[in-house]
Design a protein around this ligand. Structure first.
Ligand code: T4K
Length: 410
């Protein structure tokens, strides 16, 4: 880190930024480039670019083996995967899910005119709180979607018990949780189905991509039909479907990246441990831990900033860090219930979501992944420490500066 001695040295007040290039949360993990280009070349030579090609089939087999789940249905992204799974399971009416998630989880329901009913989360794990589910069940409720946020499994057993007793279908949005386990079993095989995202920003990526994992033969068959317009053989449509296919170039990238998973995990883990060592000493900042008893991809570095102790708000910290080219993100702000169309449909939803509301104000994600080296992590931590040491001065100056006053007047 370029030395910061006084607050004037911060880029937000006109100093030199700490980093000359932007450090992103979710900068892609990329496997061996030579191997990747070899595979791309083979794809081009074959002239078979999509529609259940050999790379897609090989990747499906490998992902099923890796997670120990019977069926893997790869898709073009996780949002479409969620939509397919929701429709294939016959969800209708109302479905209960956390509001503290990426907007895709809610949109996948609303897109099919199913009402998302937002449930609060556990304050420590950030995953859906099973104790609050029963009060949200109505005669129209058909399912629950748990989200394994940051790769940490929901309370799977409690959710399964409620789903079984109340005859609801249980689905998991496991977008963050590829490579993670729950009670020693890889995530992928819980509930009726689980959905992974292989978006560029995810631990394991195919540039864009996703997958539905299930142990149910009939469901997998239906999902495969739905993914390809409902075609069963040439010219024979037997089901309502869409285009949810992954292309061969993405699948080739996936096959290559899969070979580097152990390296990705090793780097993520060492970044996480480094962050942990620094951040545990910072007042008012809590690093959300990965469960040491489980396998984890260690992809997300998530902080809670308690302004009353730290003396600086999460938003002010983000402003300062961004000026230094540390592009920290407010995942997930302001919460699905405060985004359209939901905030118009349910203007009072926040009343039932106190933990979500707090987290949406306090949580921020920091850069990690293979593009972020140990030196960068050390500098980011030093910057955080500097901000906390000068918390009051920074907060006052940013609140008093003319730019802010103008914004307030506007
Ligand atoms: N469920 C959950 C719980 C999810 O978190 C997500 C997606 C989904 C479902 C749906 O999965 P997909 O349909 O996307 O497969 C990003 C991602 O686009 C999204 O996939 C992800 N969750 C979400 C948490 O983050 P944005 O709107 O924040 O994207 P954006 O463009 O700001 O990029 C995110 C960060 O990554 C930035 O810091 C820039 C960096 N980045 C991005 C790309 C694309 C790179 O460094 N390189 C890149 O190539 O949503």
């Amino acid at each position: 880190m370029r030395n910061k001695i006084a607050t004037n040295d911060l880029a937000v007040f006109g100093g030199e930024p700490c980093f000359s290039n932007k450090l992103h949360v979710g900068c892609p993990n990329i496997g061996d480039e030579q191997a990747m280009f070899r595979r791309f070349h083979e794809v081009l030579e074959r002239r078979w670019l999509s529609n259940n090609g050999p790379c897609v089939q090989e990747l499906e087999e490998k992902l099923a083996a890796y997670t120990g789940v019977k069926h893997c249905v790869i898709t073009c992204n996780a949002t479409v995967a969620l939509e397919l799974a929701i429709r294939a399971l016959g969800l209708t009416g109302e479905v209960i899910l956390p509001s503290f998630t990426f907007i895709a989880t809610a949109h996948a329901l609303q897109w099919q005119e199913i009402t998302p009913v937002f449930c609060d989360v556990d304050p420590l794990t950030h995953t859906i709180d099973p104790k609050r589910i029963e009060q949200l069940i109505t005669p129209r409720t058909t399912g629950i979607i748990g989200v394994h946020l940051w790769g940490r499994a929901c309370d799977v057993e409690a959710l399964a018990e409620i789903a079984h007793r109340r005859k609801l279908k249980l689905l998991f949005d496991a977008a963050h949780a590829f490579g993670c386990s729950h009670r020693g079993k890889m995530i992928g095989g819980f509930g009726r189905a689980e959905i992974f995202s292989f978006h560029a920003t995810k631990f394991f990526n195919t540039s864009e991509g996703g997958a539905i994992m299930t142990n149910e033969d009939e469901l997998a068959h239906r999902l495969r039909l739905m993914r390809n317009f409902g075609f069963e053989g040439v010219d024979n449509v037997v089901y309502l479907g869409t285009n949810g296919k992954m292309n061969e170039v993405s699948a080739a990238m996936g096959l290559t990246n899969l070979e580097s998973l152990p390296a990705f995990i090793r780097i993520n883990r060492s970044n996480y441990e480094l962050y942990w060592r620094f951040i545990k000493k910072l007042p008012g900042i809590r690093l959300v831990s990965h469960n040491e008893e489980e396998q984890s991809n260690f992809q997300y570095i998530v902080l809670e900033v308690d302004e009353s102790v730290a003396g600086i708000s999460r938003d002010t910290l983000i402003e300062v860090m961004s000026a230094e080219n540390v592009m920290a993100r407010r995942y997930f702000h302001p919460g699905c219930h405060r985004m359209e169309p939901y905030r118009s449909y349910y203007p009072n939803a926040a009343l039932l979501l106190p933990n979500t509301e707090r987290l949406c104000r306090q949580v921020m994600s920091l850069p990690s992944g293979t593009a972020t080296g140990a030196d960068a992590v050390t500098d980011i931590c030093a910057l955080l420490k500097f901000c906390l040491q000068h918390a009051l001065e920074i907060s006052e100056r940013l609140t008093d500066c003319p730019r802010k006053k103008l914004a307030l007047v506007a």
